[in-house]
Design a protein around this ligand. Structure first.
Ligand SMILES: Cc1cc2nc3c(=O)[nH]c(=O)nc-3n(C[C@H](O)[C@H](O)[C@H](O)COP(=O)(O)OP(=O)(O)OC[C@H]3O[C@@H](n4cnc5c(N)ncnc54)[C@H](O)[C@@H]3O)c2cc1C
Length: 432
């Protein structure tokens, strides 16, 4: 019997477990470890609460977790509670699927002022991530800004602009729903260093902005090149740019405004003990399509500033790490040690982009460890003994089901669940 440890229960971890299960059938046991007692990574803590159809991908992962050869072992922090070297002793191969949970920094003065939050923190706050339950972002000012021109920036801006009514059917956590309902924010400026042709926003996410109850998206037509210039764009981007152009035609008579400020490079965040404004330099594109400062500066008022400019992975002791991800070649880090998903590639692509990663690594493992060969390691049995010695209380898939049932039972009307937002509350739900 082969034993495999997949570290991380987000999409990449689940696709890898699925692929290993397909490759080895009943000749392998696959344990999916996670530092939290509950599975799914960014499907639970990242994907927007008002995008429930996307979160439903977890149903597919449930099938993997329920299959005979796969177990979930939650509440285990790899690199802390147990080392990678220990896992390599216990398992035939270890696959790191730990994602990229940390916000990249802007690297400008003032970014540590109160009122400036990273998107991982802000998204975690409204999605019930236990590390960010106490974030309490300042929503008492009238102006907010989101820095970044990708879908995460759009998620943050949309969530800031929605009414309580528009959150019906979502699983936004109660503390965020109440705080947003009382928010004074009326203007949200979305800053991007480059122009409409350089956005990383997709049509579905942009399209939603045209139908918000209380907010209207605003663009400056002079930021756009002539419409003929859209022709050579890749079809998805062309559609996005067409949607953006269309925002110029929308009736602006709504209480909240979402302003797209293109060619805008933040230089500093300023304020008296807390964020009050962003000093911005106007940019233009150089020959290579990079943003070049023009020297013209102006100020964008904002007492809440969300930075959404990308993520980096967490290093794990003794695993080579560079540029925000594990050093790997086609997923292989070293002998019997692999990485997949955002920990392997960095924070790009959709949920589905992680699938080929998992399958590619499972193929590599199957090529070096053919079916029926070797395999006398202890796997979960040894791991659980080690955890017991260290007084770590792991959770399993049945535990997650119990937590899920309680969260479903606690849901407000029309919502799929009311998430627990503290690790201890998960453990309480299990009677531990
Ligand atoms: C805000 C946001 C919104 C998004 N929205 C969409 C969307 O609408 N549609 C879409 O297609 N994609 C979306 N994505 C992208 C999608 O979420 C990612 O592609 C995907 O989650 C990456 O999968 P992953 O498994 O590599 O990482 P993750 O999903 O981050 O999973 C990593 C897992 O590893 C665990 N872990 C980390 N470190 C350790 C450790 N040391 N020990 C044990 N466990 C550990 C974590 O707890 C986590 O469960 C979004 C991303 C973000 C950030």
């Amino acid at each position: 019997m082969r034993h495999f440890a997949v570290v991380g229960s987000g999409p990449a971890g689940f696709y890898t477990a699925e692929a290993l299960e397909k490759a080895y059938g009943d000749k392998a046991r696959i344990d999916i470890l996670d530092r939290y007692p509950v599975p799914y990574g960014l499907i639970r803590f990242g994907v927007a609460p008002d995008h429930q159809s996307l979160k439903a991908v977890s149903k597919r992962y449930d099938k993997v977790a329920e299959s005979a050869g796969v177990d979930f072992i939650g509440n285990v922090n790899v690199g802390g509670d147990v080392s990678v070297a220990e896992l390599l002793d216990l398992y035939d191969a270890v696959i790191l699927a730990t994602g990229a949970p940390h916000d990249r920094k802007l690297g400008i003065p003032g970014e540590d002022l109160p009122g400036v939050v990273g998107s991982a923190e802000f998204v975690g706050w409204y999605n019930g991530h236990p590390d960010f339950a106490d974030l309490d972002p300042p929503l008492d000012g009238t102006h907010a800004a989101v820095i970044g021109n990708g879908n995460v920036a759009l998620d943050c801006a949309r969530i800031l602009s929605k009414t309580r009514h528009e959150f019906e059917g979502s699983d936004i956590v109660a503390h965020a729903l109440d705080a947003l309902d009382n928010s004074a924010i009326r203007t949200i400026t979305i800053l991007g260093r480059r122009g409409p042709h350089q956005i990383a926003m997709t049509p579905k996410e942009l399209g939603e902005l045209g139908h918000l109850e209380a907010a209207v998206p605003i663009v400056e037509p002079s930021d756009f090149p002539p419409v003929e210039a859209d022709e050579p764009l890749e079809p998805g981007l062309r559609k996005s740019v067409t949607l953006l152009r269309g925002f110029a035609e929308i009736d602006a008579n709504k209480p909240k405004r979402m302003i797209f400020d293109f060619f805008a490079k933040p230089l500093a965040i300023e304020g008296d003990g807390k964020a009050e404004k962003i000093v911005v330099e106007r940019t233009e594109l150089d020959d290579k399509g990079a943003a070049r400062g023009t020297g013209e500066t102006y100020e964008v008022p904002a007492t809440l500033i969300v930075t959404a400019i990308g993520y980096s992975s967490s290093p794990i002791p003794d695993v080579p790490f560079e540029g925000g991800k594990f050093v790997n070649e086609a997923g292989r880090i070293s002998d019997r040690l692999y990485s997949v998903g955002w920990a392997r590639r960095g924070p790009t692509g959709t949920i589905g982009t992680n699938r080929p990663d998992g399958y590619e690594v499972a193929d590599q493992i199957a090529a070096t460890m053919p079916l029926g060969s070797g395999g006398n390691r202890q796997g979960a049995e040894g791991l659980k003994r080690l955890l017991e010695e260290r007084r770590i209380m792991p959770t399993d898939y049945d535990d997650w089901r119990k937590i899920e049932e309680t969260e479903t039972a606690n849901a407000r009307p029309g919502s799929p669940r009311e998430k627990f937002v503290r690790v201890q509350h998960w453990m309480d739900a299990l009677g531990r």
